[in-house]
Design a protein around this ligand. Sequence first.
Ligand code: 5AD
Ligand code: SF4
Length: 454
Amino acid sequence: MEELKKYITEKGLTYYIETYGCQMNAHESEKIAGVLDSLGYCASPEKGTADLIVFNTCCIRQHAEARLYGNLGALKEHKQNVPGSLIAVSGCVPQQPDAAQKLMRRFPFVDIAFGTNGIHKLESMLYDALICKKRVIAADNDDSIVENVPVSRSQSPSAFVNIIYGCNNFCTYCIVPYVRGRERSRQPDDIIREIDELCQNGVTEITLLGQNVNSFGSGLSCNVSFSELLKRIDTQTGVKRLRFMTSHPKDISDDLIDCYGRLKCLCEHIHLPVQSGSSRILQLMNRRYTREHYLNLIGRLKERVPDIAITTDIIVGFPGETEEDFEQTLSLVEQVKYDAAYTFAYSKRTGTKAADMDGHLDKKIVSERLARLNALVKQTMRDKNAEYIGKTVEVLVESAGKRGREEMSGRTRTAKMVSFESGSALIGQYVMVKIDKIMAHTLHGVCVDRENKS
Ligand code: 5AD
Ligand code: SF4
């Protein structure tokens, strides 16, 4: 591929990646950037002049897909403005069955379409597109795990690390299992090696990623469970803060609950999507737990770590959801007192079981329920944030705050965003901040102590 590298570097080609969707996609964009950087491309600070634009896409809700098509349409002009430029579409949208072909037909100016499993093929696709002037697709269902794909991470003390790909759960509303295929775990040694290297390069906070991290290890011959992986990371790497997402409530083991408060690096936060507070709806969703089981888990987690922050995902307006079902969701939110909740209107995804169910709700009812839920979530968030006033918390400094040099911002172990006044705190440092007020979504405070614990 020397010919390709020479072509790219001689022409001084630049790229711009636009990412849609979840953290998994954000991390995959880092891998796409890694491949492009290794080929000699330079990152372009703006889309308008880039020689290669990559849209890394999400299809979890119809809205995300519709937005993509709108933005993609606008790129037709870009090809005229920047002669010889390429347009690539990657991620979940082209990975859907037959979607890549349809997309190429609908948008004749798209040069490359590749799915979530195709990042390692990007080099040969670029060769075909740039040198052979061909349009290329790579969106097959190849489930193998490819290690050692280069990753270009933003200069940050925090990094994402994949531990498991795919999902076997088939929640009836969800398109992900059809897109990302069956569960497959990385080898624990590969994960430890990656974390170790990151720590040596100054990273101190790791977020482990997977659609269902709790299934980690099933199918591996070495028999390492998710909680065992956490223990290994705690003892064998220098990581200071460890997070993970996403967890499925049906798979939270006693051993995992036991890790909280016991493993020094494990942060006091769990993202535990509940989806609905009604056991009847949970059954229709094929979530395989009840409201009572979920509340019992929350109770046990809070018993173990009283200050644990709990965040969730909730879907409103699943087919057949009655006012009573919805009120059960409201009462569950009141009971759990979430630190944050990501709330979604149910979106019909073709090919899922729920799409063919009876009882699809009127849009007006769904948006009215969503507004009621959001108002309640806002209140519980505010109440939880208010508990921090007067407390001194450890913050990992991530960036300059909105008010320039005088203000910095970062997160607590409980994942609360904190902005604070301190002209001299450095990104990557751990500082102690005394919280003095709460804003809509964040906390504000004053730096009282700076320690370089990294
Ligand atoms: N409609 C609305 N929300 C959905 N999610 C997944 N599929 C759908 C859908 N069809 C939400 C779930 C999940 C989060 C990532 O997206 O709450 O936890
Ligand atoms: Fe979708 Fe359910 Fe799998 Fe999450 S666990 S990715 S909601 S099918």
